[in-house]
Design a protein around this ligand. Structure first.
Ligand SMILES: C[S@@+](CC[C@H](N)C(=O)[O-])C[C@H]1O[C@@H](n2cnc3c(N)ncnc32)[C@H](O)[C@@H]1O
Length: 164
């Protein structure tokens, strides 16, 4: 997906489901600091992050980062929503080189409808773990199975807690 304008006009399904997830699961995250650094992985056109999630958490946020593998998505979201506190960076979540400044930086990490597109999922999850602060929380939404990738249900058995 490398066309932000097209994605913006066709993402009703993802937006509805993201609203559902945020309304039903955001309250399970713990906010241990007064001001938190937030990461959204696969932030796309930036709408879900900035227009659905951010209004619900704005009082608790210091800096917000959106990362996406697509340069078009990053350029679009920077233009629409970027400022000194909302920062968009082009990055593959399955990179072997996480920027050093991202290590243990984030109090909460979110991702909406991205991780099922990532073939190297164990590397992606390793990176999420590395970027999360030791007492941080994650809220990840992705399909267990899509026709283009292998099912991920096998490793879901390893997760303690809720996954639906
Ligand atoms: C379906 S869109 C979801 C966008 C946004 N999170 C939303 O809910 O509207 C998936 C996004 O994941 C990004 N993506 C796919 N593979 C990625 C990867 N390996 N690392 C970072 N972003 C990735 C795509 O470029 C795309 O913008």
């Amino acid at each position: 997906m490398n066309n932000a304008e097209l994605y913006k006009s066709k993402n009703g399904l993802q937006q509805n489901d993201s609203v559902y997830v945020i309304e039903n699961f955001l309250n399970r995250l713990k906010w241990k600091s007064a001001k938190n650094n937030i990461l959204d992985i696969g932030s796309g056109d930036g709408y879900t992050l900035c227009k659905i999630l951010l209004p619900k958490i704005s009082e608790k946020v210091d800096k917000i980062f959106g990362i996406d593998i697509s340069s078009d998505m990053i350029n679009f979201s920077r233009k629409e929503y970027g400022n000194e506190n909302i920062i968009f960076e082009q990055l593959d979540i399955a990179t072997l080189d996480i920027p050093v400044e991202f290590y243990e930086k984030f109090n909460q990490i979110f991702s909406f409808f991205c991780l099922h597109w990532v073939p190297k999922q164990s590397l992606a999850f390793k990176n999420i773990y590395e970027m999360l602060k030791p007492d941080g929380y994650i809220l990840l939404t992705f399909w267990q199975k899509i026709p283009y990738t292998k099912s991920t249900t096998k490793w879901l058995k390893q997760i303690n807690g809720d996954h639906t």
